[in-house]
Design a protein around this ligand. Structure first.
Ligand code: SAM
Length: 315
């Protein structure tokens, strides 16, 4: 009998055929964690203290404040974008704090945009959410053909979900939406599965296959500064922060990691060539985190890039 993964996070059973069909319909890559529960997963993730989200959020606050100070009239309204906003929860915190500015969250997922709009509609008058495929703006939403430009753009944990050639298009798309000299802040990890040592050679082999073949980039953080320079940024300021998980935090991380892997199951299955191998990988990885791993660490990179008018107008 077929072994079915059953967990509270189980995703709707997509097949590789579904993925291929939707890839044909839309040239944008599929978000591999897509699931009816993704809004809640992101919402919970935004509250995990071990990820030290306050670092980028505080840096972003400073940038917004700088933009405000640099505008001749301090009552000028700033427009701020979260590109790939997910559940939008941290953006809602900023929107409440800077209630005089306009905040927009863009995401390609209909579900998350609907849920975020509903959640914040009454409490946040200055925050709107729009379903937009940022890689395909002109085609899929004629309203955004206009020259809408922002005074700051925030983009966290999206690059890792794109393949390197697509990452270039993503940065170009953000560049087209920023006002000259204004900050684009991009945040990502240098190793999404984390750094650790294991003697499990099969797990190591499976991870190597995933690194080579998954239709995403598990090392997006390492590529990020170069991507921004190549896109014509005139300055890129980097902040690098180690995230170290030990003891109870690793247990909690194993639960979160399991949720991610369950959401990504159809892609893992296609990448590792069989359901059995995908199940085996999840079991080994989660078992390792729960019972063997003593220290798991990630490096978070936060880049603030600026572009001149000429840089923005590059094709
Ligand atoms: C890992 S989530 C990160 C969400 C949020 N930025 C955070 O830090 O919690 C990545 C998000 O990027 C969105 N995304 C991926 N590709 C996109 C695209 N082409 N256009 C718009 N959003 C996209 C996904 O739908 C998903 O909600």
């Amino acid at each position: 009998m077929k072994k079915l993964r059953t967990s509270k996070y189980a995703v709707p059973r997509l097949t590789l055929a579904d993925a291929t069909t939707s890839r044909q319909r839309d040239p944008a890559p599929i978000y591999i964690l897509e699931s009816a529960k993704e809004f809640y997963r992101l919402e919970q993730q935004s509250r995990v203290t071990a990820y030290r989200f306050e670092t980028e959020e505080n840096l972003f606050r400073k940038e917004v404040q700088k933009r405000l100070n640099s505008k001749s009239n301090s009552s000028t309204e700033l427009k701020i974008l979260d590109a790939g906003c997910g559940s939008g929860s941290y953006f809602a915190r900023l929107a409440r704090e800077f209630s005089m500015f306009q905040f927009e969250g863009w995401d390609q997922a209909e579900d998350r945009i609907r849920q975020a709009s509903r959640l914040y509609a009454t409490t946040h008058q200055n925050l709107t959410f729009h379903r937009i495929n940022i890689l395909n703006i002109e085609k899929n939403d004629p309203r955004f053909k206009s020259d809408t430009r922002f005074d700051a753009i925030f983009c966290r944990f999206v690059l890792q979900h794109l393949q390197p050639p697509v990452q270039k298009n993503w940065i170009r798309a953000l560049r087209q939406r920023i006002n000259p000299g204004s900050p684009i802040m991009v945040v990502d990890l240098d190793s999404v599965l984390g750094h650790f040592h294991t003697e499990d050679s099969r797990l190591l082999r499976q991870m190597k296959t995933l690194e080579e073949k998954l239709p995403i980039d598990l090392h997006a953080g390492k590529r990020m500064p170069q991507l921004l320079w190549e896109a014509g940024a005139t300055s890129v300021e980097l902040t690098i922060e180690p995230l170290i998980l030990q003891g109870k935090e690793i247990r909690a991380e194993s639960v979160r990691m399991q949720a991610r892997l369950e959401h990504a199951f159809p892609t893992l299955k296609a990448t590792l060539s069989s359901e059995r191998e995908a199940n085996d990988f999840i079991d080994r990885y989660i078992r390792f985190l729960k019972f063997e791993c003593r220290c798991l660490y990630f490096t978070k990179l936060i880049a603030v890039a600026r572009f001149t008018k000429k840089g923005i107008e590059r094709s």
